[in-house]
Design a protein around this ligand. Structure first.
Ligand code: SF4
Length: 491
């Protein structure tokens, strides 16, 4: 009755929340399992950004409820954004759900599961569900446990299962919630007001991760560029977020820093300059545009213009010529005309993205945009979607082709899915596959790019005078380590 399977929907914040819940549960004696058919407890950590994501999780919960007939003690929990958004109403359609736990209560999951187990062992009738979606002061400080901290015992505290692979990259939650009130977005409702963790706690967590072998940190939050704006002063024109980047940059052992999700409003001179002066800050920026039309940006309540957005991209490319960009775009926002879309298309083409998340607008009840009348027909949304996808394919493909024949700095993550080769990422966040040796996991190595598919680069390690593909000798590779160049070296 202690095997837990956690299924995560949605964004990296959700992945991080799930990991923290898993770590807390392991610490409490639960086993985290990969096989959903071999669990006693299934937790669905949900997403509310689009209706389709909610329907998926509801469908899954309904489907697994049938298991209660043959496994009466089976526990189903719905966590996160949809739990926060729908609350106890979930039980109207899914009465077999045992737990409905909101976004500020992840840390309570172990207690609630302990209580459920104790009640069932004591013969308390099944059917009493727990719903907790209350706000909790300080909840932003509770997402801090990592599986890496509970990994010593193998797959579970009982020591079963193979030892986990060394963890090279980690997400660190720095703030929760958002006060921006974009008119299409449900996040302020599901995640609440902006709350930042203390800088010292974040730095201590990063330092601890570095001591356990983590080399790459991704700082996470709903709007990271607003980090600490109510808690810390700007000093010398440097925002609290950039101060945090500087502190993480100082940590020995941390070789790469990324962050997500920022807001264009946060890209003032201090952050742009950080890319030129902090070599550990990877030259990959996720810069949500949403629309290239000033009229639609105003309708969305996004406080920047297309011109300002273009200036930010240009400033970042000037600070870091090798910059990689990704973005979020919504096509078919209510009232978006062909002329508005043309503005988006033009800016999207000009920004030359390496990656983009393009969404067809979907109504989210509880948002301002849901009340707007002038909806764009589905077929037209799909057409606009395809126009942008074609541009993305072309631009991203061109960038990929330009990497063939170059040598890229790659952080070796571990074995790939086949277990026969190794995988890692470039500073521009491109996935690479190559032959290596397990001793190189966690090292920065030079990789000669030989070919590419749509999403993956393939190459050979650049070794010091030995056959690059000889696995036994692969440890002779020259790790870039602290002495590395911060940039990609062209051939
Ligand atoms: S800034 Fe991002 S998270 Fe905040 S309301 Fe806007 S889209 Fe949502």
């Amino acid at each position: 009755m202690n095997r837990v399977y956690i299924k995560t929907y949605g964004c990296q914040m959700n992945e991080r929340d799930s990991e923290a819940v898993a770590a807390m549960l392991r610490g409490r004696g639960y086993r985290i399992v990969d096989d959903e058919n071999a669990c006693d407890i299934m937790l669905l950590n949900t997403c509310s950004v689009r209706d389709a994501a909610e329907q998926k999780a509801l469908g899954k919960a309904g489907y697994v409820s049938a298991r209660k007939k043959r496994q009466p003690d089976f526990v189903i929990g719905i966590l996160g954004c949809m739990a926060q958004n729908r609350g106890a109403a979930i039980l109207d359609t899914l009465p077999d759900v045992d737990l409905v736990i909101g976004t500020q209560k992840f840390h309570q999951v172990p207690d609630y599961l302990d209580n459920l187990r104790a009640a069932r062992e004591a013969g308390v009738p099944i059917g009493s569900s727990i719903v907790d979606i209350a706000e909790e002061a300080g909840s932003q400080n509770t997402i801090r446990d990592h599986l890496i901290d509970t990994a010593d015992a193998g797959a579970g505290p009982d020591g079963e299962g193979p030892p986990p692979a060394p963890q090279v990259s980690a997400f660190v939650s720095i703030q929760q919630g958002c006060n921006m009130d974009c008119h299409f977005c449900i996040v302020p409702k599901t995640r609440g007001d902006e709350r930042s963790r203390p800088m010292e706690a974040i730095v201590a967590e990063c330092r601890s991760l570095a001591s356990k072998g983590v080399r790459e940190i991704t700082l996470l939050g709903q709007i990271v560029t607003s980090y600490g704006r109510r808690d810390y002063a700007h000093t010398g024109g440097v925002s609290p977020f950039v101060q945090l980047l500087e502190k993480v940059h100082e940590i020995e052992g941390i070789e790469r820093i990324r962050f997500t999700s920022p807001h264009p409003r946060g890209f003032k001179a201090d952050l742009v300059e950080a890319y030129a002066r902090l070599p550990k800050l990877c030259e990959y920026v996720h810069l949500p545009m949403q629309s290239g039309s000033d009229r639609i940006l105003r309708a969305m309540n996004r406080p920047y213009s297309r011109e300002r957005y273009r200036q930010i991209v240009e400033a970042l490319r000037a600070a870091q010529p090798d910059m990689y960009f990704s973005t979020d775009i919504i096509v078919g926002y209510p009232g978006e005309t062909e002329a508005d879309f043309e503005q988006t298309r033009e800016l999207f083409e000009a920004c030359n993205y390496d990656m983009a998340y393009i969404f067809k607008y979907s109504i989210r009840s509880g948002t301002v945009a849901a009340e707007l009348a002038d909806q764009v027909p589905e077929a037209e949304k799909e057409r606009r979607n395809q126009v942008l996808l074609d541009i993305l394919r072309r631009n991203s493909g061109r960038r990929t082709a330009s990497l063939i024949g170059t040598t890229q700095e790659v952080l070796v993550d571990g074995p790939d899915k086949t277990g026969r080769r190794f995988t890692g990422r470039t500073r521009g966040n491109r996935v690479c596959i190559f032959d290596a040796d397990p001793r190189l996991i966690g090292q920065l190595v030079p990789l000669r790019i030989e070919r590419a598919s749509v999403s993956t680069l393939y190459g050979s390690l650049v070794l010091a005078g030995v056959d690059a593909t000889a696995a036994e000798g692969a440890s002779a590779a020259t790790p870039l380590g602290a002495a590395r160049s911060p940039h990609v070296s062209a051939a």
